[in-house]
Design a binder for this molecule. Structure first.
Ligand code: ADP
Length: 589
């Protein structure tokens, strides 16, 4: 389902949204933070230079005034460093607050503009993960990455400039562990994403094997298959262990090597070895060697912090990618000059539709018109495109070819709010809000009176059940009021009745999910149809025999259309299905 969803939302002209674009609201703060960090990093190099200078002074008969000056300069630089680092981190953390708010608002606004069909493929959990977890996971990027990189770069460049001034040969040698460490680090990161994917895949295998094992435990025990069930679990865990080991082995080797090369000890050893060589030959003073030992340490420390943050940065990068992908999903186009339709006649002309560019065509060249005040049932085998047709009528998606018009106006030229005042729907995914049952029913018309609310509930066959709730109509959904799936559906039908849209598209299978007498279902349908166009996506034939017209879909094409009797007489797909259903009904009954 999910991969299909990706196809459905993928579009060739999807705008590319990069990290720079996501970070646009805090660009100024990030630049300021990097500038503060750069000053702090420059100041941070000074104490190291001071230590080296102190050493040099002490070696050549120091003058105590000069020594004190160096100490004071170092102390001041240290304070400046701390102050500026603190300020930079403060700026990025405030920026992160602003960023999280801005990006959440942007995601929320974008979600509001997406086709309703997008929400069929992405549930509340997906949206919550995106808005809460993924946004929060970007913290390292805004809060740390930029200032950490600035710190590493400025410290390294400033140190190198100073070292080259002192002795270019030694400066080049000091660079060796630094460059080697960075090279190894790059090696460690290359192919990281693919390795992470293999790792995630085997982790997912273990999870599904565990779930399968736990869920099936009763069956497994009953049928004495525990050995087999254990096997699947065992295979997937050993698969996980070996892929984890492969991943960690490669990573550990390179990571420990790069840590070793960049460690203060390795830097000091390299510099000492080369230094002693030059000092021996009389081409380097001991004082200058001290400079290299001290500054060498200053350079490697920030690189190590970057290494530690690498994992967080990978996670943050992946989260940013998911956010960017949703933001890049094209919104449902809105009419530039909306037209208000004069009537409520709904028509489809040559409508074809596929979920995405390369996905199979689900509806082929459908022509239909729904006369105001009639009940049309859409039936057909599973997968024939009934649900898709119902969703297109409510503009969950736009047709790939052809047009759907309301009062002669293409749905794409009608303002969304205007359209949903005219077209209502009751589909599977009923959204109830945490409010009283009455408020849930009058959601579309908050000024509806209690009498109207009760009348709607009666028509939707839910009134008696509501009366039984503690608090009745005032019971709060999710607190006092616990409703079954079918009851929630009826509540949403009551809501649709109050909303009083001239056209109502209803999914019969879910709307009447409770085992109810067919008479009650028929009653509910006839109440609903009063004065409006009702389109019922029907999964059972017995409830819609009274429809004004039955449209039969097969493999995405309209193959028959007529009243129940006409279709039974015609002897086609409908009549075969009706005969088969009747046999089942007689046998069961
Ligand atoms: P019906 O309601 O008649 O069972 P549907 O309209 O649900 O048929 O499905 C028609 C076809 O469209 C099926 O092949 C189904 O797999 C496909 N389909 C339905 N929903 C989606 C979706 N969100 N993304 C991709 N394909 C879909």
């Amino acid at each position: 389902m999910d991969s299909q969803a990706e196809v459905a939302t993928a579009d060739d002209d999807k705008p590319e949204i990069g990290l720079g674009d996501l970070l646009a609201p805090v660009r100024g703060s990030l630049i300021l933070a990097c500038a503060l960090q750069a000053i702090g990093s420059l100041a941070g190099v000074i104490p190291f230079i001071a230590v080296a200078e102190l050493g040099r002074e002490l070696l050549d008969d120091a003058d105590s005034d000069r020594l004190w000056t160096i100490v004071i300069v170092a102390a001041v630089a240290l304070v400046v460093r701390i102050g500026f680092f603190f300020a930079a981190a403060g700026v990025t953390h405030f920026a992160d607050n602003d960023f999280q708010l801005a990006i959440r608002r942007r995601i929320a606004a974008h979600l509001g503009s997406l086709p309703l069909g997008w929400f069929d493929d992405h549930d509340a959990g997906d949206v919550n993960k995106l808005m809460a977890d993924d946004v929060a996971a970007m913290h390292p990027i805004v809060g740390h990455t930029f200032i950490d990189i600035t710190n590493t770069a400025v410290t390294a460049i400033a140190s190198m400039v100073y070292l080259f001034v002192i002795d270019w040969r030694m400066a080049l040698i000091t660079l060796i562990p630094f460059v080697a460490g960075l090279g190894l680090y790059g090696l460690m990161m290359s192919g990281y994403t693919e390795r992470m994917e293999t790792y995630n895949q085997s982790l997912a295998d273990v999870n599904s094997a565990s779930i399968e094992f736990v869920q099936g435990i009763a069956v497994v025990k009953t049928f004495g298959q525990s050995g087999r069930a254990h096997d699947r679990y065992r295979t997937s865990t050993s698969g996980f262990i070996s892929s984890f080991w492969e991943w960690v082995k490669g990573l550990l080797r390179v990571a420990s090597l790069s840590d070793l090369v960049l460690s203060p000890l390795a830097t000091l050893t390299t510099i000492s070895a080369a230094g002693i060589f030059f000092v021996d030959r009389g081409t380097l003073s001991i004082g200058d060697l001290l400079v290299f030992l001290s500054i060498g340490l200053a350079m490697t420390a920030p690189v190590l912090t970057l290494g530690f943050a690498a994992n967080d940065m990978q996670i943050a990068g992946a989260a940013a990618g998911r956010i960017a992908a949703v933001l890049a999903t094209p919104p449902l186009p809105q009419a530039a000059d909306p037209i208000v339709p004069a009537t409520n006649e709904l028509r489809l002309d040559g409508v074809s539709f596929g979920y995405g560019e390369d996905a199979p065509v689900v509806l082929h060249d459908v022509d239909l018109s729904f006369e105001p005040g009639t009940l049309t049932a859409v039936v057909g085998p599973s997968g024939s495109g009934k649900t898709t047709l119902g969703r297109l009528l409510c503009r969950f998606w736009d047709p790939t070819a052809g047009s759907i018009t309301l009062g002669g106006v293409d749905l794409r030229d009608i303002e969304s709010a205007e359209m949903y005042r005219r077209v209502g729907f009751v589909f599977q995914d009923v959204q109830l809000i945490r409010a009283s049952v009455a408020d849930n029913i009058r959601l579309a018309r908050p000024d509806a009176t209690m009498d109207q609310v009760r009348a709607a509930a009666r028509a939707a066959q839910i009134h008696d059940r509501i009366e039984e709730l503690p608090g009745g109509y005032e019971a709060v959904v999710g607190e006092g009021a616990t409703l079954s799936g079918g009851e929630r559906q009826r509540l949403s039908i009551a809501r649709a009745i109050i909303a009083d849209t001239p056209i109502l598209v209803l999914d019969e299978a879910t709307a009447f999910a409770d085992p109810e007498s067919e008479a009650a279902v028929q009653d509910a349908l006839s109440t609903l149809v009063a004065g409006r166009t009702l389109i019922v996506i029907a999964h059972r034939l017995s409830t819609i025999t009274g429809a004004d017209r039955i449209v039969v879909l097969d493999a995405g094409r309209v193959v028959e259309s007529g009243t129940h009797q006409e279709l039974v007489d015609a002897g086609g797909l409908y009549s075969n299905q009706w005969a088969a259903d009747s046999r089942v009904r007689t046998e069961v009954g």
